[in-house]
Ligand binder design. Structure first.
Ligand code: S3P
Length: 177
């Protein structure tokens, strides 16, 4: 029987938390492969994320995220960055926790928002007021909070975030043995 060791590092958090940038850097530091659920979806559909939202709607995108979650069960030892909304459905945090150690990159909302609007086209932010975005974050925090560890990214650059993630992972694993 094939037994896959689920020792991945899974990054979750709101848009703009730095999951992609820090995940890629973390993978490089640890000599691991980097995987991003948005990239998996784009590769499988041959279309960009905004295009999928525009043509098929959010619900279809969430279904695709569920399919990628299934595929992630084949991964071991990787650093995995998830889309900001992927963990926020019934049972999804449990599924992510089963893949390895889940790290929540948290941050101050204004900073998250500034970073998110700076980099890339985010359909979930388009046309939403600040109050709506804050409400979305509050609703999602219930899920993100179920991560094994959390790291506050407020005011930090990618190198500092990665250093803190590595410390948090070391402490988490030390506490378990
Ligand atoms: C989304 C976040 C995006 C991407 C999609 C939906 C969300 O990923 O999956 O636009 O619902 O928060 P990032 O968190 O990498 O921006």
């Amino acid at each position: 029987m094939l037994v896959v060791r689920r020792d991945n590092i899974v990054l979750v958090g709101f848009m703009g938390a730095g999951k992609s940038v820090c995940g890629r850097l973390l993978a490089r530091r640890l000599g691991r492969c980097f995987v991003e659920t948005d990239d998996m979806i784009v590769a499988s559909q041959g279309r960009s994320v905004p295009e999928i939202f525009r043509r098929d709607g959010e619900e279809r995108f969430r279904e695709l995220e569920g399919e990628m979650l299934e595929l992630l069960r084949l991964k071991s030892g990787d650093v995995i960055a998830t889309g900001g909304g992927l963990p926020c459905r019934e049972g999804r945090m449990e599924a992510l926790r089963a893949l390895g150690t889940v790290v929540w990159l948290r941050g101050d909302l204004s900073e998250l928002r500034a970073r998110a609007t700076r980099s890339g086209d985010r359909p979930m932010l388009a046309g939403r007021s600040s109050a709506d975005i804050e409400e979305l974050l509050r609703r999602r925090e219930i899920y993100y909070r179920q991560a094994h560890v959390s790291v506050d990214t407020t005011g930090l650059g990618p190198d500092e975030v990665v250093a803190r993630v590595m410390t948090a992972l070391r402490e988490h694993h030390a506490a378990r043995v």
